[in-house]
Design a protein around this ligand. Sequence first.
Ligand SMILES: C=Cc1c2[nH]c(c1C)Cc1[nH]c(c(CCC(=O)O)c1C)Cc1[nH]c(c(C)c1CCC(=O)O)Cc1[nH]c(c(C)c1C=C)C2
Length: 565
Amino acid sequence: MIRLQKPPTWRCRPVANSYVSRRTLLGWSKKPDVFTMPQSSEAWHRSVEQHPDLQRDPPQSVAILGAGITGLTAAYNLCRFSPETNITLLEASPRTGGWVRSQTVSTPNGRILFESGPRSLRPWTVNGIITLNLIEHLKLESEMILVPKTSPAAQNRYIYYANQLNKLPSSLSSAFSALRLPVMKGAVGPMLLEPFRRRRPADIEDESVESFLTRRFGPNVTNNLISAVFHGIYAGDIAKLSANALMHDQYRNEKVYGSIVRGAMGVQESILEDQILRSMYSVRTRMLGSIKGTSIYSFKGGMETLTKALDEDLRVQDNVVVKTGVEVTGLRYNHDTKSIEVRGLEGPDNSFDFVISALSGAKTASLLPPGTADTLLETSSVTVMVVNLFYDQPNKVGHSGFGYLIPKSVPIEQNPHRALGVIFDSDAMPGQDEREGTKVTVMLGGHWWDDRASFPSEEEGLMMAKEVLQQHLGITDMPVETMVSLQRDCIPQYGVHHAGRLRQAHEDLMDKMGGRLVLAGNSYGGVGLNDCVRSGRDAAFEVAAGKPMTGLERWVYEETWVANH
Ligand SMILES: C=Cc1c2[nH]c(c1C)Cc1[nH]c(c(CCC(=O)O)c1C)Cc1[nH]c(c(C)c1CCC(=O)O)Cc1[nH]c(c(C)c1C=C)C2
């Protein structure tokens, strides 16, 4: 059994940063309601999850904005954490599920499943375990497809560089042969020297991923390898993304141990709150034993199986109303009644004790009176064109594995359509299609389209994707089925000083929205599906207690790191 640490409530204090002035820092210490709520304490988590009536002042009514994975998860959890609360889940579009969308195409030779959003999940992070727990609650275990760690999808990932696919090493032995690859040129020397480089000055709070890693590993590793990985998660430009937000452990390791490598080789540590949640949810999730050896997973019916199950569950709850096609136009805080009016929602019952916004940070800020939480407006998002293609011949790609990514260092002649990468879906998630053949997805755009006033049409996108596959993989055949989706502003970009902006937003929201507006979703602490599930769960957990919060507390208090058990 894992022993939990004593709650370190005494350590919770605001951290200085470039956005929060000394005056507001002092102001903070006069807000005892915030300080009496120890975010990171074991007692706190236990009290709400195990003794629902303890230390709680449950809200009567809560509105949740946005019925994507975050909003659905927030509603699902709030319904359990606080059964006495009336929950209204509002969604602007006609369907729930948000970016998660699995579409089935019926063909004479069987059905094909196309994903236009996230398509696989990793089980073994703390947020991954929380998602598994949710799946278990929803009784979806029999619907899961597990991809083992020994499969080509888990072992083989490629980077397109110097006109060829370079297979990234998946083990120490393959690392030696990988040293001969073009993409590894100039990488080894700087990597070996990293432990001996000087650490950054103590007053540097953040910088770009590119600047951080160029300092530590030199430009080749950064531009040829790391930029590709950041294309494959954020579709973003490492020159703009925040090292502190997106490489938090490594950035801290440089500060604490003087080196990324030395930190990784030393005592492994994690944030106390994550460790507590990991142990709590591991104990409660039975299926962890049966999915041992799993690298990634999805569902037979695609990722939308999860959001559909959440939707179906919520619609039969007495205290939950799901309303689609409702566009929220504004949020106004009433200081006297301590409630938030949700504009755009018809009828007299449009004031709520709490609102959880699972909309993007920028969209949420735009609903507030000007000047309420303006730093949230600074988090931009990128647009990605997702092109799914199905070919009748099996093994059409000529390589087996998860897929390949294209680094920013690849010259435009070798990547004229600004593709970010290609997923080999038939390998990455086998067993979702009835029809025999090869399924791939080409992802285009992302930060490369930052300054564009308009985007390619679906026809243009399809043509571009086919040309990418021809140029990189030599595929000249026509696909038998295709689907193109332009995902506008789908991935938020955590720019340099992301944490500082969130700290400022927290201050502003506590002052101007009374701690009644709680933020959740992919604009803050992680863009992945697992991160959204965690974020929805955390927001529900906080609101269930009825204490003024913003959901951004994590950026305000100094973290407590503890050694992993
Ligand atoms: C080519 C572009 C993209 C590919 N996937 C995404 C983009 C923009 C989106 C994406 N991928 C990951 C996440 C976060 C976590 C999640 O919900 O699963 C997001 C938003 C996961 C991910 N994909 C790759 C890596 C290294 C990671 C991080 C964690 C993990 O190892 O799973 C690599 C990768 N992504 C794409 C390809 C083709 C590829 C590697 C060959 C597509």
